[in-house]
Design a protein around this ligand. Structure first.
Ligand code: NDP
Length: 336
């Protein structure tokens, strides 16, 4: 799947193009390379940021005319590298193609398959970047305490569903906002949120939050920015914490709405902090250990939205920005 040209609007399927090419069937001797069969690719909102020609970011933009890349799970099918053997499963930055010759395999991470009974695709979800984002954002930025109230936006998505479940494990009262009745049902009936609401059906978000949090909000895990952030600011309790994880509501908007209620940061002595998960890499081993235990004990569930085939990859990615995905958006490229 090729990235065509930089954009300054919401991404469209036509910004990507499926092209047929060939990859060598074996790895050249002495090259140190590995040949991968790609199994699962991840669609993540941050990839929208790589579609604009903006270099002052934590990640470089895509190159027009070249293959899109993102987190993925692959099987090694040939190797000239002593660290990898055919049959190994790996995760890392994987090009959006069926087979990939990887020149710098040192950036790939071997998956200890069998460590938990989890599906391989969870290594780009629950045990991958989205899970880690939820973990560091909640634990390091929000510091939730038992009995506190927690609001999560984009709550049924890759990150949000884990934030809510982790907050429940901390003994908090958790409410999620999501874009459809189907998602709200999922949050309440499968993912254990105390309550949830369809933000698109609310005329007045400030009033909606007052209704759901009569005692106020102690923690807001913000995945969307914009109007929800503004409404949350007016409902925060003194000494509340806001983790600014992402602003997906602004991705397609030419002229984003201004935030009017920042003065509440002062009145309510709120700690509001943006973060990028990769800055917390030192917490990865502890995250994997805790999340694996939660999963094996049945304390955390994970919902995926799997689309099959590279031909559907562009549509799956674009769907993130209209809320088409129900759960973590994954592309299944081929089976093992
Ligand atoms: P999701 O799986 O939650 O998918 C995106 C969701 O965003 C959609 O399903 C939709 O849910 C919601 N959405 C789309 N457009 C809008 C809009 N205009 N207004 C409000 N909601 C909208 O994505 P992720 O869980 O992967 O990512 C969630 C957030 O976390 C993103 O902002 C992302 O950039 C950020 N992120 C940040 C990281 C960090 O290190 N800081 C790392 C990873 C992710 P709905 O139907 O409920 O509206």
């Amino acid at each position: 799947v090729i990235f065509k040209a930089y954009i300054d609007r919401a991404p469209a399927e036509t910004d990507m193009e499926l092209r047929i090419g060939t990859v060598a069937a074996t790895v050249p001797k002495g090259s140190g390379m590995v040949l991968l069969k790609n199994l699962y690719l991840s669609c993540d909102p941050y990839m929208r940021g790589r579609m604009r020609d903006f270099r002052d970011s934590y990640i470089h933009p895509f190159t027009p005319g070249e293959t899109i890349e993102g987190f993925g799970v692959s099987e090694v099918i040939d190797s000239d590298n002593t660290d990898f053997r055919p049959g190994d499963f790996v995760t890392g930055m994987i090009p959006w193609e069926e087979y990939s010759l990887i020149r710098q395999p040192d950036k790939l991470k071997k998956i200890e398959h069998g460590r938990s009974a989890a599906p391989l695709s969870y290594h780009i979800g629950l045990f991958g970047m989205p899970g880690f984002t939820a973990y560091v954002g909640l634990k390091e930025i929000c510091c939730p305490k038992e009995g506190e109230t927690v609001l999560v936006s984009a709550a049924s998505g890759a990150v949000g569903q884990i934030v809510g479940q982790l907050a429940k494990l901390e003994g908090c009262y958790v409410v999620g906002s999501a874009g459809s009745k189907e998602k709200v049902k999922l949050l309440k009936e499968k993912l254990g949120f105390d309550d949830a609401f369809v933000y698109k059906e609310e005329q007045d978000l400030v009033a909606a939050l007052k209704r759901h949090f009569p005692r106020g909000i102690d923690v807001y895990f913000d995945n969307v920015g914009g109007e929800m952030l503004d409404a949350a600011l007016l409902n925060m309790n003194a000494h509340g914490r806001i983790a600014v994880c992402g602003m997906v509501s602004l991705h397609g908007v030419g002229n984003p709405i201004g935030i009017h209620n920042l003065y509440n940061l002062v009145f309510k002595r709120i700690n509001m902090k943006g973060f990028v998960q990769s800055d917390y890499a030192h917490l990865m081993p502890q995250f994997l250990e805790e999340m694996t235990a939660y999963y094996e004990q049945g304390k955390i569930k994970y919902v995926e939205d799997v689309r099959h085939g590279l031909e559907n990859a562009a549509a799956a990615f674009v769907g993130l920005f209209s809320g088409r995905n129900v759960g973590k958006q994954v592309i299944s490229v081929s089976s093992t």
